[in-house]
Design a protein around this ligand. Sequence first.
Ligand code: ADP
Ligand code: MG
Length: 257
Amino acid sequence: MSELLIKDLQVDIEGKEILKGINLRIPQGEVHAIMGPNATGKSTLAYTIMGHPHYNVERGDILFDGKSILRLLPEERAAEGIFLAFQTPVAIPGVTVANFIRTAINSQRKAQESNAKGIPIIQFRELMLAKMELLQMDPSIGGRYLNDGFSGGEKKRVEILQMAMLQPKMAILDETDSGLDIDALRIVAKGIETLKGPNLGILIITHYQRVLNYLKPDMVHVMVDGQIVESGSSDLALKLEQKGYDWVKEGNGHRQT
Ligand code: ADP
Ligand code: MG
């Protein structure tokens, strides 16, 4: 079984300390949520796990399946089975959703085995149609240019489609629920819910408790000012919704509830 293990992670951006010693353990099959106010380092954590070059690991380690991934390139981390759904997905006019995903699958196969062949087009189509049906998506979206003129809800659903197609072992979802109306949120959350299972670990970063009603996290962690200040069961998310973050903010260290 895979697990993502983050040990005493300190991350700087342009010389400024953003993450100040994060510890987390997410086994495959579990859903963990990170909540916290704006600008506390949640996206920084997501990008650092994926290996974005802007984020400089000063101290600590990130292990996947017991091996440090710090020296791996983002595409090598993806090939290991780590997936990141972006907070703000970029548009790529000229590249269709289907082609984008097929290219991603093929480069992942190549990274796993250098002489691997690409996924045959018919097999790809079948897989994509099946996943779209599972996620209740209109198949015509496959032929549209990636995120070009997409609504907020469509962008997030396409992120989930990518996740369904790439079948990662560990998915990091950075505010996949932000900017969605209630209906879009329900559809996206249900989509993620369908993909949940013993072979997938999920780290979902969110501001709102709502999405967690669908996803029922095994654990909720609160990040304030680059540190996890509180971890607990899903009740913690409800408490945050009612009381805000202030009650966990002031130097009470890391508590388990
Ligand atoms: P969150 O996702 O919790 O809102 P972020 O991780 O995006 O927070 O940001 C944490 C802090 O790091 C903020 O103060 C932000 O301004 C800063 N930061 C994030 N990315 C960059 C960057 N690429 N360059 C400079 N500062 C950054
Ligand atoms: Mg963010």
